[in-house]
Write a protein that binds this ligand. Structure first.
Ligand code: FPP
Length: 246
């Protein structure tokens, strides 16, 4: 779907965009079921949807987007579905060099890599390297990601430093902890979108969404269009954010 600059400007204040958008892309399975298709078809459609949304967010001028592609809990799904998702991700990372990098997107994978196949691990390094000098939106693909694990890892690293005497336990503050998160040097999420009618965090970016505005829609992820992204951003801009103040 094409949006003229005029329409964008009418709906969204381009000067006050959320800096960092998080997306829980939910509902691929239900989308496929509704059409009598295998769940895998829903995931493929979801991957297409993702390309369009990242491109649109980049065109608008959003600086960071983090998308939940595979959680640490998703390994519990049937092997066939896990294998399909992993292949889709591999393809996505490979193609991203041609498609998303052409759009100037910086691609990063966040999450624990050691459980991923060697092939995916190598492709992540290649794609990150290939896109690292791009100047457009930074896209974090959360892959084998878990929010609790991320915070636990940070606590472990800080404990090691405290034990070695490099830091004092009393000096530990939230800024210091943020340095050990996958999103080091990135702003917190200010707008969190979840599709498919569910209203949960599901272990996604627990630290980074502390002050995020949450935006839920009944639309299933493969049906989520650039117009829906515009609506989420416009709603975000109409909310008064006080960050605990008055
Ligand atoms: C949730 O839908 C979606 C996922 C677990 C995977 C998200 C993956 C994609 C959008 C496509 C692949 C992404 C990349 C980066 C290539 P669900 O399967 O839980 O749907 P359901 O709740 O309707 O069953």
């Amino acid at each position: 779907m094409f949006f003229s600059k005029k329409k964008k400007a009418a709906e969204i204040d381009l000067l006050h965009l959320p800096k960092h958008i998080g997306v829980i892309m939910d509902g691929n399975g239900r989308w496929a079921k509704k059409r009598g298709l295998p769940r895998s078809a829903g995931h493929s459609a979801g991957a297409e949807s993702l390309k369009k949304i990242v491109t649109e967010a980049n065109n608008l001028g959003v600086k960071y987007i983090t998308v939940y592609a595979f959680s640490t809990e998703n390994w519990k799904r049937p092997k066939e579905e896990v294998d399909f998702l992993m292949n889709l991700l591999l393809d996505y990372l490979r193609n991203a060099e041609k498609t998303l990098s052409g759009e100037n997107v910086v691609i990063r994978a966040i999450g624990s890599r050691k459980e991923l196949s060697k092939e995916i691990q190598e492709q992540i390094v290649k794609t990150e390297e290939f896109t690292k000098n791009n100047t457009g939106i930074v896209m974090n693909i959360a892959l084998n990601y878990g929010g609790r694990e991320e915070i636990t890892n940070a606590a472990r690293e800080l404990s090691k430093k405290a034990v070695s005497g490099e830091i004092k336990p009393d000096d530990i503050n939230d800024e210091m902890l943020s340095e050990y998160l996958y999103t080091k040097n990135q702003p917190d999420i200010d707008l969190l979108i979840r599709t498919s009618g569910e209203q949960r965090l599901s272990n996604f970016m627990l630290w980074q969404v502390s002050y995020a505005e949450m935006w839920f829609t009944d639309k299933l992820w493969p049906d989520f269009k650039p117009a829906d992204l515009h609506k989420a951003i416009a709603d975000f801009q109409n909310r008064g954010r006080r960050f605990g103040g008055i």
